[in-house]
Design a protein around this ligand. Structure first.
Ligand SMILES: [Zn+2]
Length: 241
């Protein structure tokens, strides 16, 4: 894999969109097989004039770019800026200030500050060990009320629909039992696709997933699934709620 060795080289290298493309593909999909970040399928086709891939499975967010599912996703900054910034932050031993990013990349101070913080945060995540593995617990929490605390009928209805959050925010919390490491993200709903991509993003294949009965609606082949019927019992031994 190509890796620039000096800042000058990095700036030059990442100013070429083809280099950015190859660099990202090589790191996101090291075995060379591009897979859909939502469903994990490798049946994807590249739409070269749009610089996007499209998954052949029918689900929401079928089209994805190099940025989709990465820390660069929701930013208007190009990969040329992001990759150069990431290179600088990871390679400059004495640390990089947002002012330096602003000057070197020709982006606003505000954008530079955002980039710096986002990359640092991602690196911290990396330091804490990457994806969760082994025995993990998946818990969906409604902010303002636990799914499990709902009235039985309402809970059944909500779970059957898998999407009616009653206007409440859903937090997908995932705990690694052995280390007590936790990943928590806000998700838009409890639909199958949403749950699957949320879990795939942070849990290593081969893990055993413990969840409540709603887990039946988003089971995935790459994990062992254990449904716990009595959530109170399952929660009592843990700290993550
Ligand atoms: Zn897909």
């Amino acid at each position: 894999m190509v890796e620039p060795t000096t800042l000058q080289e990095a700036i030059l290298f990442f100013s070429n969109p083809e280099n950015c493309h190859d660099y990202m593909v090589a790191r996101r999909w090291p075995n060379g097989v591009v897979t859909c970040p939502s469903c994990g399928s490798d049946r994807v086709s590249y739409l070269s004039n749009q610089k996007k891939w499209q998954c052949s499975t029918k689900h929401s967010k079928r089209q994805f770019t190099l940025k989709t599912g990465t820390i660069f996703e929701d930013s208007p900054l190009g990969l040329d800026k992001w990759l150069t910034a990431t290179w600088m932050i990871t390679n400059c031993r004495n640390g990089i200030s947002s002012w330096e990013l602003h000057r070197t990349l020709g982006i606003t101070q505000k954008a530079a500050w955002f980039v710096l913080h986002r990359v640092r945060l991602a690196m911290q995540d990396d330091l804490t060990g990457g994806n969760l593995e082994g025995e993990v617990e998946v818990d969906e929490t409604f902010i303002g009320g636990k799914a499990r605390n709902m009235h039985k009928d309402r809970k059944r209805r909500v779970q059957a629909e898998g999407r009616n959050t009653g206007g409440k925010t859903v937090v997908l919390g995932i705990l690694e039992r052995k280390t007590k490491r936790v990943r928590a993200t806000v998700v838009p709903n409890r639909k199958k696709d949403t749950m699957q991509s949320g879990i795939r993003g942070v849990v290593e294949p081969g893990a055993s997933i413990h969840s409540d009965e709603h887990g039946n609606s988003w089971k995935m082949e790459e994990y062992e699934h254990l449904i716990v019927n009595h959530l109170e019992a399952y929660v009592s031994g843990n700290v993550h709620t």
